[in-house]
Design a protein around this ligand. Structure first.
Ligand SMILES: NC(=O)c1ccc[n+]([C@@H]2O[C@H](COP(=O)([O-])OP(=O)(O)OC[C@H]3O[C@@H](n4cnc5c(N)ncnc54)[C@H](OP(=O)(O)O)[C@@H]3O)[C@@H](O)[C@H]2O)c1
Length: 342
C-alpha cells in the first residue's frame, strides 16, 4: 500500500511516500480502507520525536481517519460489516491506504453525515467537548442564564468544535481568531469576535460580558493568550489548557487562582484513547476509558443529528501532497480540518 513513512525522527517535510506492506490484522482490531486522514499540528512533533509518546520506528504517522471497514479480526464480537463507513482514532498509521485500528476506537458514521468531514470526530470534537463539559463543567446558569465562553483559535480544528459545543450547551461564545476567518465561528453562532492579532483582550472581554467575565476559556494557544485568558474569567470560571499553538508553555502564580476564585484545568484527549503509557493497570488504560470515550462520541453524533454541529473540511490533498497539507495548518489558513486522501 502507499503510505507516508517516518524512518527516523525528522522534520515533517522530510517524510516520504512509499509502497510498504499493509499492517497485519491483530486481535480486537479492524482493517480500514482509509478515505481521509487528518493533518494536525501535533503530527510534526510526533515525527520529530518531540511528542510525549514515541511510536516504534519506522512508522506511518496520522492518528485520525475516516474510511470503510475491510475486515475484522476473528475475535471481534459483533463485527461491523465490510463497507461500513466509520471514523477512527489511531495510535499512528492513518496516512496510508489501509490502517488497522482497535475496534473500541472505531465508530460508524451515521447516514447523512458525509465521510470526509467526520475526520473532526476522532479528536477535534471530543477534545473540545471533554474540555468544556468534563473539566470546565459548562452548563446553563441556575436561572437559565447563559454563561460566556472564550474560545481561542476559534476558526481552527479544536476551537471551531469548541464554538459549536459551547452553543450546544446553551452558552454564549466569544470567538478569537484571525480577521480573515472571522465569518467562520460567526457562521456557527459565535456571539462576539476578537481579533487574534490584538494580544490584549481582557478589557474587550470584560466589556462584552458586561463585567461578569467568562465561565470558561478554551485555551489552545498558551503563551500570552493564557495569561490574558485567566484575567477574562469570572467568579468560579475555569480555563482549560489544551495546547500551545501560539507559543510558550505558560507558568502560573497560583495566588491568582486564590485571589480571583478561578481555576485552571488540563485536558489531554489522548489519555482517553490509550496514548498515556502508564495507566493504573500498568497498561495504557484504553479499555477502561473506552466506555466514557464512546459515550462522548454518541453525544456528539446526537448533537450532529440535531443540527448543532457542522464538521467541515477546509482542504484535501493526495498522499503525495502531505507537505502542502501541513503548510495550510502551519500557515494558520485552515478553517476546520485539513485532510490527506490516500
Ligand atoms: N489536549 C489535547 O487533547 C489536544 C487535542 C487536539 C489538539 N490539541 C492541540 O490544540 C491546539 C489546537 O489544535 P487545532 O487542531 O485546532 O490546531 P490548528 O488547526 O493548527 O489551529 C491553531 C490555531 O491557533 C492560532 N494560532 C495563534 N498563534 C499561532 C501560531 N504562532 N502558530 C500557529 N497557530 C497559531 C491560529 O488561529 P488564528 O490564525 O485564527 O489566530 C490557528 O488557526 C494544538 O496545539 C494541538 O496540538 C490538543
Amino acid at each position: 500500500m502507499r503510505a507516508v513513512v517516518c524512518d527516523s525522527w525528522r522534520e515533517f517535510d522530510d517524510l516520504e511516500v512509499r509502497d510498504i506492506p499493509a499492517p497485519p490484522l491483530r486481535p480486537g482490531a479492524v482493517r480500514l480502507r482509509v478515505a481521509a486522514a487528518g493533518v494536525s499540528f501535533a503530527t510534526q512533533l510526533v515525527v520529530a520525536g518531540k511528542y510525549q509518546r514515541k511510536p516504534p520506528l519506522p512508522f506511518v504517522p496520522g492518528t485520525e481517519a475516516v474510511g470503510t471497514v475491510l475486515e475484522s479480526a476473528p475475535d471481534v464480537a459483533d463485527p461491523l460489516p465490510p463497507g461500513t463507513r466509520v471514523f477512527a482514532v489511531l495510535d499512528w498509521g492513518a496516512m496510508a491506504e489501509e490502517a488497522v485500528v482497535d475496534t473500541i476506537h472505531v465508530v460508524p458514521v451515521p447516514e447523512g453525515l458525509p465521510l470526509e468531514p467526520a475526520v473532526a470526530m476522532p479528536i477535534s470534537y471530543p477534545t473540545a467537548a471533554a474540555a468544556l463539559l468534563w473539566r470546565a463543567r459548562l452548563e446553563p446558569g441556575p436561572e437559565g442564564e447563559k454563561p460566556w465562553v472564550l474560545v481561542q483559535g476559534a476558526a481552527a480544528g479544536v476551537g471551531l468544535a469548541g464554538v459549536e459545543i459551547a452553543k450546544a450547551v446553551g452558552a454564549r461564545v466569544i470567538a478569537r481568531c484571525g480577521a480573515a476567518k472571522r465569518d467562520v465561528p460567526e457562521g456557527r453562532g459565535a456571539d462576539a469576535w476578537l481579533d487574534s492579532a490584538e494580544p490584549s483582550f481582557r478589557d474587550a472581554v470584560r466589556g462584552i460580558t458586561g463585567g461578569s467575565g467568562c465561565a470558561a476559556v478554551l485555551d489552545t494557544l498558551g503563551g500570552r493568550a493564557f495569561d490574558e485568558g485567566l484575567r477574562c474569567l469570572g467568579d468560579g470560571g475555569v480555563l482549560v489548557t489544551i495546547g500551545y499553538a501560539g507559543g510558550a508553555i505558560p507558568q502560573l502564580g497560583v495566588n491568582l487562582l486564590l485571589l480571583k476564585n478561578i481555576g485552571v484545568a488540563g485536558l489531554n484527549w489522548g489519555t482517553y484513547v490509550g496514548w498515556s503509557p502508564k495507566g493504573s493497570d500498568g497498561g495504557d488504560n484504553r479499555l477502561q476509558h473506552a466506555p466514557r470515550a464512546r459515550a462522548l462520541w454518541a453525544q456528539l453524533l446526537a448533537w450532529w443529528q440535531q443540527g448543532r454541529l457542522r464538521p467541515e473540511v477546509h482542504a484535501g490533498f493526495p498522499l503525495e501532497g502531505f507537505r502542502e497539507a501541513m503548510a495550510e495548518v502551519r500557515g494558520r489558513r485552515a478553517t476546520g480540518r485539513v485532510v490527506l486522501r490516500p
